[in-house]
Ligand binder design. Structure first.
Ligand SMILES: [Zn+2]
Length: 198
């Protein structure tokens, strides 16, 4: 299977990863506030993604916003697992079970063309938008890019990112975060060495 790297990032891979990362990055990241707190925020996210059909804004409810946050939290947990974060024994299975339990609410249907087959949401509106997230996950998984969706391991950042390293070993969203964490690790080692030398 072809691996999605910086060189081979096909448009559909970028489209799928951008949709999922844009969604998880609505969360409270590195001290910035949650931008998915209610129906208005969810309507704004729908508008940003272009997934909002006509009349969707009026149809977005508080329950939809709660469902969006639950879905987001479960995806964050999966992406944290991709980064090797340890969140306790039950956190990841709980997130996986949640995604499995709710997936049937957002059915997908295959769209078959001469160019290929794409899973698309069977519904429109908010349910269709959530379905598009599952379709994007399926698309990335089929292209070998699923495990490349990660959350930055810098605790002051925690931004979702697409790992473009060749061997899929990236842990930080940017060189700024990796430099900061390397400096922190260096200081910690120096402190330990100084304590041992006493
Ligand atoms: Zn980062």
């Amino acid at each position: 299977m072809q691996q999605a790297t910086a060189e081979t990032c096909a448009p559909s891979v970028c489209e799928s990863s951008d949709l999922l990362l844009g969604f998880v990055n609505t969360g409270p990241l590195g001290g910035s506030p949650d931008t998915l707190t209610g129906p208005d925020d969810l309507t704004a996210w729908l508008a940003r993604t272009g997934l909002a059909g006509s009349g969707t804004a009026a149809a977005v409810t508080g329950a939809d916003a709660v469902a969006a946050r639950e879905l987001r939290d479960a995806l964050v947990m999966i992406f944290r697992a991709h980064s090797g974060c340890e969140d306790g024994e039950s956190a990841l299975p709980a997130a996986e079970a949640y995604l499995q339990a709710v997936a049937h609410r957002y059915p997908l249907t295959p769209r078959v063309t001469a160019d290929g087959v794409r899973m698309v949401p069977a519904q429109d509106g908010v349910l269709g938008a959530f379905g598009a997230l599952f379709a994007a996950a399926a698309d990335l998984a089929a292209r070998g890019g699923w495990a490349r969706l990660k959350m930055c391991k810098d605790p002051s950042c925690h931004t979702g990112f697409f790992d473009k390293t060749r061997n899929s070993s990236g842990l930080y969203c940017s060189s700024a975060c990796s430099t900061r964490m390397a400096a922190r690790a260096y200081r910690s080692r120096a402190k330990t060495a100084a304590a041992e030398a006493r």
